[in-house]
Design a protein. Structure first.
Length: 505
């Protein structure tokens, strides 16, 4: 079991590094984009991303998570998982082609509906090509995840982001405008699909099967995925309802400010998303083996490390929101600092919920995922019409935070009612939160004493050192954490593990 936990942990590390690297590349590119595109063009980009996300959800039909789960589960049962991989590729390619064509044909109507100007139709037509690659991208990604090919996922992810941003920003700087940036999206997603497909075919993870062989597995996948498709649709609404409302009621320039703050907020989600993504195939394998005790242990360990790593990041970003956003996108978007601070505060409370959502998937509780998302989005959506007129962008940020908290609470209630064991280390929870809260106060006081944008790295270092010092003082970490770290980093990283042991134990 220890080797499997280390493998899952190493997978989480690969994904975390990939997402961190991708996020950093994206952040650097976004810093150029925010300064080259006008705020109106940034608002147009929000509309394009919204409609591309809609078509991605429709074409996915909930299959992506189902593919990762069943490939891992079949492998755990020693069954022929190529029946699942072939079914997924075949079905998703057909759906992706259909919705890419729909995006191209409906471009004038989409432009008029979302942007209130039919002259932007060409951008939707160009984005239609990326709709196809984006939809297939999700399938290839989840197949690699189900196969535990974390390293390949990481390398491919970084490569695709680099291609996407280098070509996008390059064409933008050459004067091709938003069209050039969209071309970068297309090239990046094509790279992932092409190379990922070569890996799957070369290593024979995908094999041709007859319709008679495929149909039972397709029916099983549809039965599992349809409730998840509904949940993904509601989850997409959860992710986009705030910006959708803003597109409908306020000018594109203000939409751009909120979207830039939300994009910066997305950097926060790297840690919980990476760990929960890596745990899904591991926990699904244990479910296939009927090893429920290992599922409980794996989920508890994941929750522990999310709390330790994520909480200080969230509270730290909350305190430094305005300078971070100013450096990230420029003075033009500094007013979004309050939005970023509000989102970070709410997410710091509910970050550990990513692990609990994975448990719902592992135990085939997709209808419950749907119910949780409907309830949280429904309540938050209603609240938005009250708070938007009163507080403006800050009101929408509070509504978004409310959705985050409600999703976390409802998920806990569902797991408790189903008697699925959750072991939260309460001592680690309050100690890490206390240390992170104290750290944020120290950073705030330092900024209050002397503030400069150039000193942002200095504020971050002060906060990090203080947080680690409090962890040592409160004896939060133990030798099992260091042993796990040694196993994750291998021989080449032993020196780093030794340093952490001397500093924190």
């Amino acid at each position: 079991m220890e080797a499997e936990v280390v493998h899952a942990g190493r997978g989480a590390a690969y994904i975390a590094v990939e997402r961190l690297a991708s996020t950093l590349v994206g952040a650097v590119a976004f810093a150029f984009v925010a300064r080259i595109l006008t705020q109106t063009e940034m608002g147009i980009m929000v509309g394009l991303l919204l409609i591309m996300g809609v078509f991605q959800i429709l074409s996915d039909f909930g299959f992506a998570s189902g593919l990762a789960k069943y490939v891992a589960e079949y492998r755990g049962k020693k069954a022929d998982y190529t029946l699942v991989t072939f079914t997924g590729i075949w079905t998703k390619s057909l759906l992706a082609g259909f919705f890419a064509l729909a995006c191209a044909l409906l471009a004038p109507q989409l432009s008029s509906l979302l942007l209130k100007d039919v002259s932007y139709s060409f951008f939707f037509q160009l984005s239609a090509l990326d709709v196809f690659f984006l939809c297939v991208f999700a399938t290839v990604n989840k197949l690699l995840l189900g196969l535990n090919r974390f390293l390949e996922m990481a390398i491919l992810g970084v490569t695709a982001v680099v291609v996407r941003q280098v070509f996008g920003v390059g064409l933008l700087m050459l004067g091709y405008g938003l069209s050039g940036f969209i071309t970068g999206w297309i090239l990046g997603d094509f790279t992932y699909v092409a190379v990922g497909s070569i890996i799957l075919l070369h290593e024979r993870h995908i094999k041709m099967h007859s319709p008679r062989e495929v149909m039972p597995h397709l029916r099983r996948l549809v039965k599992f995925s349809f409730p998840l498709f509904l949940a993904d649709s509601v989850l997409f609404l959860y992710a986009w309802f705030d910006r959708t409302i803003l597109l409908a009621y306020i000018p594109l320039k203000e939409v751009a400010v909120y979207n830039v703050a939300y994009t910066a907020f997305g950097v926060l989600l790297v840690v919980p998303a990476a760990l929960s993504t890596a745990l899904l195939p591991y926990l699904s394998e244990q479910y296939g083996k009927n090893m429920h005790d290992r599922i409980a242990v794996g989920a508890s360990a994941g929750a522990r490390y999310i709390v330790l790593i994520f909480t200080p990041l969230a509270l730290g970003l909350m305190i430094t929101a305005t300078p971070v956003l100013t450096i990230f996108a420029g003075e033009l978007y500094a007013e979004g600092g309050l939005v970023l601070a509000i989102l970070s505060l709410f997410q710091s409370i509910a970050g550990v919920g990513a692990i609990f959502t994975v448990l719902l998937l592992v135990y085939n509780m997709t209808p419950k995922v749907l119910l949780v998302n409907i309830m949280s989005v429904g309540i938050s959506f209603a609240a938005s019409f009250l708070l938007l007129p009163i507080l403006g962008l800050a009101g929408i940020a509070v509504v978004k935070g409310l959705a985050i908290i409600l999703t976390f609470v409802f998920t806990l209630v569902v797991l408790h009612r189903k008697r699925i064991e959750i072991k939260l280390d309460k001592e680690v929870l309050w100690k890490s939160w206390g240390a992170a809260a104290a750290m944020s106060i120290i950073v705030w006081l330092v900024q209050l004493a002397y503030f400069s944008l150039l000193l942002l790295p200095f504020y971050i270092i002060i906060g990090g050192v203080f947080y680690l010092a409090v962890l040592r003082l409160l004896k939060v970490l133990n030798m099992s954490d260091i042993i796990l770290m040694r196993n994750l980093v291998g021989k080449r990283g032993r020196i780093l593990a030794d340093v952490f042991e001397k500093l924190l134990i």
